[in-house]
Design a binder for this molecule. Sequence first.
Ligand code: ADE
Length: 230
Amino acid sequence: MIIFDFITIFPEIVAPYFEGSLFAKARDKKLLRVRTHNLRDFASDRHHTVDDSPYGGGLGMVMKVDVWHKALAKVAKLKVSGKKFKPAKKDTAIVMLTPRGRKFDQRMAQKLAKMKQIVFVCGRYEGVDERVAKNIATMEVSIGDYDLMGGELAGMVIAETVARLIPGVIGKPEFLKERNGKEGFFESAQYTRPEVYSPKKGINWRVPKELLTGDPKKIGPWRQAHGKAI
Ligand code: ADE
């Protein structure tokens, strides 16, 4: 069982995605759980303030370190040893989502799939007070070199990529092995019937002949050449 925790000011945009399809099945099979937590519940004032203006000036707002600390203390069960704040359990990852983080890829997903809990720190506004990344998060991750409006979509991309690596989530174990058997290789293009499709008279879209041979010595190299290695 792996738990994905999203801490966000927009839990209502995250939760529904994980309520349908394969996620619902995986939850019923007790393979994973997705929990959302509203950051505002951890604010101490009556307006539930989570942000403030940046030191040094500038436009926009910055999310407050004290509010994030309280949220993460509870969700990741932070423990203090000396000056370090760490999740109580070694197999908890606290993922700070930021375009400045390490670029997410399939290999990182394989490592994250070994965790028991992944807590996604979904920042909004101009960002999160850097003391959260420095002192609490266990990693900073980006899903690509572009700016989103917040970390929610990035966390959802990571959760989905990790979830499908968990045996039983996308069907039979053989299926997972076939699709993820070779680390760092994305499966080749696929075809199914009909062998020839004619969208218009005189135009024929054909299935590559190698795939029709039934000969693994021809199919294997074709698939190798038409996949993508990273
Ligand atoms: N937050 C905003 N943009 C992001 C990105 N590209 N990756 C991760 N988190 C983000």
